[in-house]
Design a protein around this ligand. Sequence first.
Ligand code: TMP
Length: 215
Amino acid sequence: MNNSPKNIEQTKGLFITFEGVEGAGKTTNIEYIAEKIKAAGHEILLTREPGGTELSEAIRELLISKEYPEMHINTELLLMFAARSEHLNKKILPAIDAGKWVLCDRFTDATFAYQGGGRGISETNISILEDLVQGPLRPDYTFLFDLNAEIGLARARNRGETDRFEQQHIDFFNRVRAKYLTMAEAQKQRYRIVNAEPNLDMVQQQISLLLSEIL
Ligand code: TMP
């Protein structure tokens, strides 16, 4: 007879991502959401893309640096996924396996929106890399902080020095926003849309309501 204690299976954590055009207030709102999730008793890992590990942050510097204004769009795409592969395997997956709720500021939907919608790379090619790097992993929930791209860009540019992406023409950001909205429409189960245009109080009221369905 085997008297050894039963192997208690560790419950996996949730994977929640946050998306939107620049200036949508993601950083402030993610911190607010993280506090709410912690208060509900969950352990969290707060991270971001591109970045999240030492190597991925180094790749991020290459991606946002204005030193490479003419970077080829496929180079940009591959660097996004190189950073993601490292981040996923070294940080995100171990945290989910340990039962943590992983809150990630941008993930692959940003690639579909920026490199797909913005730069015009085909969805098929992005999907191939998504499958290669992630296997079946997809976020459980995605919060889209949505606002008029012109307002968002003005907010972002007001914050100070702009990076390589923030220097793009407004048409680029309109395409990015449109792609996000198309994805949200097609994947209603996963997406939660927050209207990021009104003041912080009103944005946080929406977030509280949406979170109450998840927590
Ligand atoms: P951040 O402003 O959210 O820190 O992100 C840096 C920039 O990287 C932002 O302009 C969006 C861009 N980006 C992509 O173009 N594709 C991606 O897959 C990710 C994660 C970010």
